[in-house]
Design a protein around this ligand. Structure first.
Ligand SMILES: NC(=O)c1ccc[n+]([C@@H]2O[C@H](COP(=O)([O-])OP(=O)(O)OC[C@H]3O[C@@H](n4cnc5c(N)ncnc54)[C@H](O)[C@@H]3O)[C@@H](O)[C@H]2O)c1
Length: 330
């Protein structure tokens, strides 16, 4: 049995998804793709032996397509998921799930009503070293996770054929929705649900964008743990890491997920590099799971509820910035 897929969005991530399906998911196939930028659409279709769709509606009308992969700019995720659900298609939607928790709720409700499955590609928790960190945390040898410090620093968005949607709040959501949503989701996997946050940020770079380019949230989790996540698009150096204090140890996942160190004290740390970490890559794992969920009803490795929880934190960051006070996470 083969899962026949339609792809919306033939940009950087659309290509990565198509490549992962073709290379690693024997049970699925990209049948057709749509992108309003015809050169991108046609090049992807040629490379992955798919049919170019003249429009989103045409793609969704095809009876031989059972599920869609959505890899479009962030502000389109909600409406495209609603359209796919009403056409009876299962949905794999890239992160961030949407630009508000209310839109996430609409997506979940529409998919439930239509009897279709919805997975959100919060892939970071599936990286081999992140999986190892989560296994270690669950095993409890280091005790309870008490505090986490996460950074997501990068030098800015590269130019791309699809334009400047990344630098507009209305289309990307800003840095917490677009970039630090990965750290937020990883922190949820480590600490459980977040309850409240405070915000601090500023605009330091020359590039025109209508959101802060350096920002930090201080998080309180329902478990009593606390954390901080800082994100910046004006760092001269890429630096993505997570440092964790446990009740009986320490762990550090270093930039960008290239090695994991953990142990009870400085003299007894174990180090594992990305090359040494076993198992499939994150994108391969999420897409294989999506196909198996749709075809065989196997439990999914990622859920829409997790996607929604991460969006609620990014939205609370915006609320805390606007109101100048701590925001509850709904
Ligand atoms: N999981 C990850 O680690 C990861 C990494 C990168 C991007 N992403 C996500 O993937 C999505 C795409 O990001 P990207 O970096 O590929 O951006 P991109 O700009 O390279 O690609 C987006 C594509 O969508 C197309 N598009 C615009 N409107 C469309 C429409 N109505 N229907 C179909 N296609 C449309 C654009 O023409 C463009 O080709 C974003 O949501 C982003 O957050 C996830």
């Amino acid at each position: 049995m083969t899962l026949r897929l339609g792809l919306l969005g033939a940009g950087i991530m659309g290509r990565e998804l198509a490549d992962a399906i073709t290379q690693h998911v024997e049970e699925a196939q990209i049948v057709s793709a749509y992108d309003p930028y015809p050169l991108a659409r046609d090049a992807l279709c040629k490379d992955f032996d798919a049919e170019p769709a003249p429009s989103e509606e045409d793609l969704l009308r095809r009876a031989d397509i059972e599920a869609v992969l959505i890899a479009t700019p962030n502000h389109l995720h909600c409406e495209q998921t609603l359209a796919a659900a009403s056409a009876g298609k299962h949905v794999f939607c890239e992160k961030p799930m949407a630009l508000s928790a209310a839109d996430c709720d609409r997506m979940i409700a529409a998919c439930e009503r239509a009897g279709v499955k919805l997975m959100v590609g919060q892939s970071t928790r599936l990286y081999p070293l992140c999986r190892r960190l989560l296994e270690l945390t669950e095993a409890g040898d280091l005790g309870d996770p008490l505090f986490g410090l996460g950074t997501c620093f990068f030098p800015g968005f590269e130019d791309r054929d699809s334009g400047l949607w990344h630098v507009e709040r209305a289309r990307s959501g800003g840095l917490f929705f677009h970039m630090a949503i990965h750290q937020i989701d990883l922190f949820h996997a480590l600490f459980g649900p977040a309850a409240r946050l405070q915000y601090s940020g500023g605009h330091y770079g020359a590039a025109a964008r209508d959101f802060d380019d350096v920002a930090t949230i201080l998080l309180e989790f329902q478990s009593g743990a606390t954390g901080a996540i800082s994100v910046s698009s004006v760092s001269p150096v890429d630096s993505t890491d997570v440092r964790l204090i446990f009740s009986r140890g320490f762990a550090c996942l270093d930039s960008p997920w290239s090695y994991l160190e953990h142990g009870p004290e400085a003299d007894h740390m174990t180090r594992l590099t990305a090359e040494e970490a076993p198992g499939p890559g994150a994108v391969e794992m999420e897409l294989r799971s999506f196909a198996r969920w749709v075809l065989h009803d196997d439990p999914p490795v990622l859920t829409a509820a997790e996607g929604r929880a991460a969006v609620a934190v990014a939205e609370a960051a915006d609320n805390a910035k606007s109101n100048g006070e701590a925001a509850a996470i709904s």
